[in-house]
Design a protein around this ligand. Sequence first.
Ligand code: PLP
Ligand code: COI
Length: 361
Amino acid sequence: MLTFTTNSRTDPMPDEERTAILADPGFGKTMTDHMVRIKWTRDGGWENGELLPYGPISLDPAAGVLHYGQEIFEGLKAYRHEDDSIWAFRPEANAERLQRSARRLALPELAVEDFVESIKVLVEADKNWVPEYGTGETSLYLRPFMIASEAFLGVRPSHEATFYVIASPAGAYFSGGIKPVSLWLSTEYARAGEGGTGAAKCGGNYASSLAGQVEAVAHGCDQVVFLDSSTHTYIEELGGMNIFFVHRDGTLVTPELTGTILEGITRSSILQLGSELGLQVVERRIPIDEWKDGVASGEITEVFACGTAAVVTPVGTLKWDGGECTVSTEPGETTMKIRETLLDLQYGKTADTRGWMQRLV
Ligand code: PLP
Ligand code: COI
């Protein structure tokens, strides 16, 4: 297991300034006082980790990440509980997904225990940045990421990589309370293709989603939803979230993992929680017409998006080139039940019977 050296900052943000930010953090706007760095070389493996003052990183202009996009990342949150302890939700699952992403992007794998320790080290140093218990959907969002840092212009896997963890206090990803968001159906752009990197959490997937997201915003929508790129028929996921449908009989349906969809940890957790709540849960291919027709016939009663940043967010309207349909203008009952079950667990309001919570501080 790696050890970590500490180089604390001598000029952390003054309490008053930080408190003002924590009162209304938004999402991803302010970074905390520190960051973690772990360097890797092909010959030497992982070096010991460092806790450093947060700040710009120095990178050779020829670094692989800047040219060939060899980059992967994760997203998870630290939650303050009522007794002031601080916890993460299934961090080992993020660590394992980072390893899968690393294999796909030909980057080195970081051991699960080192990933979890790196998060502990950062959250311990910046624990004052974790919002108070009972302030709604607030947490400290953690962003671990890894880049190809070798200076070399040939196209091959980098012989040097650097892993970082940064953190940012977070409120709700969508401002405006728990009201249904609108989605734009992208038919021009795909996010991922067969054999590509869709199942990995790499920056390139997000770069490829942005033109669709721009189109969504131009059509007055909050987010973009993508279809499979082979047949343009099946619903995959949003730019940064998975999607679920609630049917009239209570069945919970989500697109199956085809290799082009990110396997969300929220998605996996909801599949388990849903079935524990007595719902039938199904993973299968979902044609886009099933959404449109299901809303018209009343077969589909609720739609929601899910992810670390979005938690569980109700979806109202789907718009496409030439039409739109609205499943509901209010958050649905099943959506809210799942949302509350998940949040209660994350904030320690209900017992963690599944071993999903890991104490950080
Ligand atoms: N799909 C995409 C493309 C995402 O970016 C995310 C967010 O991380 C998710 C799904 C949901 O994953 P998770 O629940 O692990 O946050
Ligand atoms: C997350 O939910 O962690 C993501 O990476 C998605 C992004 C919309 C912030």
